[in-house]
Every structure is written in C-alpha cells, then in structure tokens.
Design a protein around this ligand. Structure first.
Ligand SMILES: *[C@@H]1O[C@H](CO)[C@@H](O)[C@H](O)[C@H]1NC(C)=O
Ligand SMILES: *[C@@H]1O[C@H](CO)[C@@H](O)[C@H](O)[C@H]1NC(C)=O
Ligand SMILES: *[C@@H]1O[C@H](CO)[C@@H](O)[C@H](O)[C@H]1NC(C)=O
Ligand SMILES: *[C@@H]1O[C@H](CO)[C@@H](O)[C@H](O)[C@H]1NC(C)=O
Ligand SMILES: *[C@@H]1O[C@H](CO)[C@@H](O)[C@H](O)[C@H]1NC(C)=O
Length: 330
C-alpha cells in the first residue's frame, strides 16, 4: 500500500538522518574561533546585576575556576602522556599582570600587587623582571613568564625567548599552546631619556617587530600567538610625560600596520584589549591593568583556548557568543 511505503520511507529517512547526519553536524558547523572576541567589543550592562563584555552583540562566555581547570585538563588529556599544557607570557609588567590573572583564574590566588592594594610586592617572592615557570599540577598546565621589556632584532630578551620556544617546538618538547606577548612602554621611556624623538624610536620599534615576525610566524604554526597592544594610560597620575595615549596609540598602529603588511601571518592582534582599557577606568596607578580589565582579558584568553574544545560552562555552549541577540547575528 502506498501509505505503508510512505511511512517506511520516512522511517528509514529519519533513522539515516539521526544516525548519520546529526552526529556529524556538530563537526560540520564552523568552529567559533573567537576571532570576533579578540577584535572588538564593548562593556554593556544587560541587567542591573551584571556587566559583561560584548563582542559583536553577544555576551562573552565567562569561565569559572572549575570550568577553566576542566578545560586545561581536557587539553592535557589530548597530549602525550607526560606533556603539560604550556601557556607562555612574554613581555613587560603589563604582560606579567596577565600571567598573574591567568594564575588567579586557575588557583583563586591573587599575587598581583599592581592591581590589588592588599598585596605587597616581596622582591624575593615576586620575580618582577625575571623569567619564571609555574606548574599547576591539578590542571596540568605550565605557565611561563619571560621578562622582555623591549623588542629587539633577535639578539635581545624578546628574540632569545622566541628562539627558545622554536627550539623546543623542533624537539617536540614543551610546545606552547598559547603565547601572549607585548611590550612598548620601556621603549617609550628609554626614548625620552635619551632625548630622542618618539617618531624615530617608533620606526625602530616597527623594524624590530618585523625582524621578530618570522619567528612569531614559525611559532604560530603550532601555537596560538597573540600580540597584546599598549593599553590606555591616565596621564594625570604618571610622572613620565611621554606616557600619553597618543604615544600608546602610535606604537600600537606600528604593530597593526606591520601585521597588516603580512596577510598570511596567523599572529592575532588583540585589539579588544585596548578597547577594554578605554571602557574601564580601573587602573590603580594609571599605567597598569586594573582588576576588572584583567578579569575580562583573562576570560577572553579562556574563550580563545577552550571554546574550540567542547563545552565546559554551565550554559553548555562552546560558542564565544552564546547569547544570540535578535537581529545581530545568525
Ligand atoms: C569544582 O569542582 C570540584 C571537584 O570537581 C567540586 O567539588 C566543587 O564543588 C566545584 N566547585 C564549584 C563552585 O562548582
Ligand atoms: C582587601 O582586604 C579587605 C579587608 O580584608 C577586603 O575587604 C577587600 O575586599 C580586599 N580587596 C581586594 C581587592 O582583594
Ligand atoms: C642587533 O642589535 C644588536 C644590539 O642592539 C646589534 O649589536 C646588532 O648589530 C644588531 N644586528 C642586526 C643584524 O641588526
Ligand atoms: C636631554 O636633554 C636635557 C635638557 O635639554 C639635558 O639636561 C639632558 O642632559 C639630556 N640627556 C641626554 C641623555 O642627552
Ligand atoms: C585619571 O586619574 C585622575 C586622578 O586619579 C582621576 O580623577 C580621573 O578621573 C582619571 N581620568 C580618566 C580619564 O580616567
């Protein structure tokens, strides 16, 4: 009977659909790489209780301490048995603050005296201008900080630390999963102290970045590489007269234009970090990250690392933009 055949066809169709198509749909969907998150956004207050960072009309997904640990454990479980997840921060004190915020995200312990007045800097405990490696065993992550105050042509602190990463990569040892790097304010300060014009120092800064870029591109073959730009300053609190927002912007433009000149570079320019610092006014000293800026910055990094893996948050979504607002996004 035709009716039976219709039912049969529909049943077989449904079985084929649920057995073969549905399980694959998730992998066929484009993975949200969180690119939008690193590019732009604004602080918004969708409700009285909550303020959130909104890239392109959606809410930044917030990772709890448990979410973050679970994500890193999952990353570790995908590696060879004795390999940890490696997260590397290379740069100046602002980058060290991002390292501190990442550690806090996983441990709950704050050690950043620059964004928390309750903490005193103890030189013997806080290695301000030195390399440091911290292994967080319960999350299986090694967090490294390489002090690199200024850029160089490959032979200085920044260049040498990148070389080290490349050597490790070639040996398949401690291959970094994420590298966050940045510096600039020491260049601006040195330039002023030597009575040179910032315009001249800026040209050198850009040239040095371009000479380091091949190393960064090499690292970016296996590592997510993020350039953290200069953030907003509050000049009225700073004694360095050259620490102005127009200088910060000028140095950022030098990096942006250098990266834009290499269309195939996978290095991510973290534009939303600068945007975030303009939206917030929480720096304690006018130069460094304040607590809220660091918190959102770390959440952006967690999204960048974790969203592509699977869902770890209570909302169960692995999108950077889980709350889709009408009319904004598909
Ligand atoms: C975090 O995870 C641990 C162990 O998996 C659990 O005991 C604890 O209750 C969790 N904490 C929160 C706030 O969910
Ligand atoms: C500093 O300590 C005081 C008193 O214990 C506490 O109320 C405050 O929340 C702490 N501030 C920070 C930023 O942790
Ligand atoms: C790199 O910089 C160092 C120190 O500033 C300098 O001595 C060296 O000549 C430079 N090398 C190149 C290839 O520019
Ligand atoms: C920079 O200029 C100031 C004032 O013109 C001068 O006192 C100082 O010695 C100069 N410093 C250097 C390093 O040339
Ligand atoms: C800069 O700091 C001063 C002094 O603490 C404060 O009054 C002012 O609001 C800040 N300005 C901006 C633009 O953040």
């Amino acid at each position: 009977m035709p009716w039976d055949r219709t039912v049969l066809t529909l049943t077989i169709g449904a079985i084929v659909y649920y057995v073969c198509v549905v399980p694959r749909m998730r992998t066929l969907l484009p993975i949200d790489t969180c690119e939008v998150l690193m590019k732009d956004g604004a602080l918004a207050q969708p409700s009285i209780e909550a303020t959130v960072w909104q890239p392109d009309g959606c809410d930044l997904q917030l990772y709890s301490q448990n979410d973050s640990k679970n994500c890193l454990r999952k990353m570790k479980s995908r590696k060879n048995r004795h390999q940890n997840v490696n997260v590397v921060f290379t740069g100046d004190s602002r980058i060290r603050q991002l390292r501190d915020a990442f550690l806090r995200q996983l441990s709950g312990i704050d050690r950043d005296w620059l964004a928390n007045r309750n903490i005193t800097c103890v030189p013997a405990k806080h290695y301000k201008h030195a390399d440091e490696e911290i292994l967080i065993k319960d999350s299986g992550v090694r967090v490294s900080f390489n002090w690199a105050g200024v850029l160089d042509n490959g032979t200085g602190e920044t260049g040498r630390s990148l070389e080290r990463m490349i050597r490790n990569m070639r040996r398949n040892d401690r291959v970094a999963d994420l590298l966050v790097l940045g510096n600039g304010v020491w260049t601006i300060r040195d330039c002023a102290r030597k009575n040179r014009s910032q315009a001249d120092c800026l040209i050198e800064y850009r040239t040095m970045f371009l000479s380091l870029l091949p190393k960064l591109n090499t690292i970016a073959r296996r590592t997510t590489v993020v350039w953290a730009p200069q953030i907003r300053v509050n000049q009225s609190r700073l004694s360095d007269r050259e620490f102005t927002n127009s200088n910060m912007r000028m140095y950022n433009e030098a990096i942006e234009s250098a990266l834009a000149s290499q269309a195939d570079s996978k290095v991510i320019y973290w534009n939303s970090l600068e945007r975030l610092s303009y939206e917030l006014d929480d720096s304690l000293d006018g130069l460094h990250f304040g607590p809220t800026a660091k918190y959102y910055a770390t959440q952006m990094l967690m999204n960048l690392l974790c969203n592509r893996l699977a869902s770890f948050t209570e909302s169960g979504s692995n999108s950077c933009c889980p709350m889709i607002r009408a009319g904004k996004r598909q």
